[in-house]
Write a protein that binds this ligand. Structure first.
Ligand code: SAH
Length: 254
């Protein structure tokens, strides 16, 4: 069987190490009956997912050459040829589902923003990212890598950094190390504030992350006078989810 030559513009780095593929598959909790894999490529990880009994499993792959390869190797596999970022996730299983993948690194943030937007549909994510992205997602307040996605995702998910993966287990090897993380939906149904304004506050706060919030939040054009001065004197990277909720509730229209 022909193999697929990796295409850089699609973020294709095929995993060579079966042991790591199996470890990623085993990191799923098994709580979900439906599972979507993003970017199966040549199916290294897929191999450990298709065999799981009682699992309604589908993949989405943008590269037609990989799709043809997968059809031939796994005739029973449900492969959707398309772009994960554009597909309708609500009608996919008509139910909640877990998400897994050795994700295309060029769209990692976009994948994670989609997860955030569909948080009530996606209770679990097990995924491989660039190590730096994985660290950012799993970062805590006070850390230099703590950012927008760390706050937004940790508001609704428990985030675990599972293990680091060396660049040499990929073909072609990426420039950086990778890491596998797991997101598990917490029981927060709704934040106790205007959620849209919360997202806007977090994004604006980090937009100029070296400034204090008093200055960083200015572009929002709101009255900040009800916000405790000690919070306004901090930078976004020092604030917890609870701090951002408090700030969101104290932003006043001018
Ligand atoms: N899971 C495989 C391949 C990982 S590389 C392995 O571990 O070996 C990332 C894969 O994502 C590639 O197969 C690439 O074609 C696919 N991909 C890239 N962008 C995509 C998108 N927007 N939607 C779906 N798949 C995508």
């Amino acid at each position: 069987m022909e193999t697929v030559k990796a295409k850089k513009y699609l973020g294709q780095h095929f995993l060579k190490d079966e042991h790591i593929a199996e470890r990623i598959a085993l990191s799923l909790s098994g709580s979900q009956r439906h599972l979507l894999e993003i970017g199966p490529g040549m199916g290294v990880l897929t191999k450990y997912l298709v065999t799981q009994p009682d699992l309604d499993f589908r993949c989405v792959e943008i590269d037609s050459e990989s799709v043809a390869f997968l059809h031939e190797r796994y005739p029973m596999l449900q492969v959707i040829e398309g772009d994960f970022l554009k597909m309708d996730l609500t009608t996919l299983f008509h139910d909640t589902f877990a998400l897994i993948g050795n994700f295309p690194y060029n769209i990692s943030s976009q994948i994670l923003f989609r997860v955030f937007d569909h948080r009530n549909l996606i209770p679990e994510v097990v995924g491989m990212f660039q190590k730096e992205v994985a660290e950012r997602i799993a970062a805590h307040p006070g850390s230099k890598t703590y950012g927008i996605l760390s706050v937004l995702l940790s508001a609704f998910y428990n985030i675990e950094y599972l293990f680091t993966v060396d660049e040499h287990v990929f073909n072609p090897p990426p420039k950086v190390k990778s890491a596998v993380i797991r997101l598990t939906r917490n029981d927060v149904k709704r934040l106790e504030c205007d959620e849209q304004l919360f997202v806007q506050t977090v994004k604006t706060g980090f937009n100029q992350r070296r400034k204090t919030l008093r200055n960083a939040l200015k572009p929002m054009g709101r009255d900040l006078s009800s916000i405790p001065a000690e919070l306004l004197a901090k930078r976004a990277e020092q604030l917890s989810v609870a701090d951002f909720i408090l700030i969101t509730n104290q932003l006043k229209e001018t």
